[in-house]
Design a protein around this ligand. Structure first.
Ligand SMILES: [Zn+2]
Length: 315
């Protein structure tokens, strides 16, 4: 049975189903994250407003009443929201609220049968949903095909799922939540320590440090030398740390080079086509995910690039 599940066909079908769940995660996680962010902010605000107000405006000044009223109003609205988690409530059509039945939720097939429309109100359903499902299925299939029915196939499929979700959430919201990046780092380190991957533990640990460090250094350089706003978000650093932890430090330069190259080509293309304003930051997560996926599927080529660079820095 386990052999069957871990076969290319088995993992491919599992990938389609997980792809369907990834769509839900991409849709809901940012909303959950931002609700937490508002709650946290309100709590901070309630604690600090009077004291920090006095520090800023003088000992006998008091915060205007509008501040307290606004934060009470926000808190009230937050408390009124129906609870939201990755499993609850069931998926609904965003335009008419029609609860999606199990038969309408078959990966790729349902979208094709319904011709990309809600069965109740006929509103278009984005083609991105079946594409994400198909991509997850194809990537899981490729991992099982390449790595066989063993622990490394499972580890790579988990990493593929995390990278896909990160790419799409970053693309939609320019957020890379810790709840996605940190698990990739942990997955890489644990898998190496347990010898579920061909990557040695030391290389995985070095990969996490190099992945984080290289983007941190780039951001610091950008900020100090060129006096520009920091171009690198911490989420990108943690994401590359995860790729390094999973595939070893040798994979970091190749994955990053590929990400930067594709990102630059697409970025320049979008600016040339007038589809993107020059000063708006371009999310880097989707390109890092591409670099990470390439490093998972073609480890020799991507690691070879890093190893060929190692003598240049005296390693
Ligand atoms: Zn509908």
């Amino acid at each position: 049975m386990l052999e069957l599940i871990l076969s290319p066909l088995g993992l491919g079908i599992l990938g389609l189903l997980i792809g369907s769940f990834l769509n839900v995660v991409v849709h809901r996680l940012p909303a959950m994250y931002m609700r937490d962010w508002w709650r946290f902010d309100l709590a901070e605000f309630a604690l600090a407003d009077a004291r920090s107000w006095r520090a800023a405006f003088g000992a006998d000044d008091v915060p205007p009443r509008e501040l307290a009223a606004a934060s009470a109003a926000v808190k009230q609205r937050l408390d009124r929201l129906a609870p939201l988690s990755l499993v609850r409530p069931r998926s609904r059509c965003p335009s008419c609220g029609h609860a999606i039945k199990a038969v309408e939720n078959i990966p790729v097939v349902s979208w094709l049968v319904l011709r990309g429309r809600c069965s109740a109100c006929g509103t278009r359903i984005s083609a991105r949903y079946p594409l994400v499902e198909a991509a997850t299925g194809a990537l899981f299939f490729a991992c099982a095909w390449q790595f066989g029915a063993g622990a490394y196939s499972v580890v790579s499929c988990a990493a593929v799922a995390l990278l896909l979700v990160m790419a799409l959430i970053d693309l939609d919201t320019t957020l890379l939540p810790d709840s996605l990046t940190i698990p990739l780092v942990v997955l890489g380190l644990v898998a190496a320590a347990a010898q579920w991957t061909p990557v040695r533990w030391g290389d995985a640990a070095a990969g996490a440090l190099v992945g984080y460090g290289v983007l941190w250094a780039f951001g610091a350089f950008w900020q100090l030398a060129l006096r520009k706003a920091n171009a690198m978000a911490e989420g990108d650093m943690k994401m590359l740390a995860g790729i390094g932890a999973l595939l070893g430090w040798q994979a970091v330069p190749g994955a990053l080079f590929l990400a930067a190259l594709v990102g630059a080509v697409i970025g320049v293309g979008l600016i040339a086509l007038g589809r993107h304003k020059r000063d708006v930051p371009i999310p880097f997560g989707p390109y890092l995910a591409l670099g990470g996926l390439a490093a998972i599927l073609w480890p020799q080529a991507v690691r070879g690039f890093g190893e060929s660079l190692a003598p240049l820095v005296g390693l």
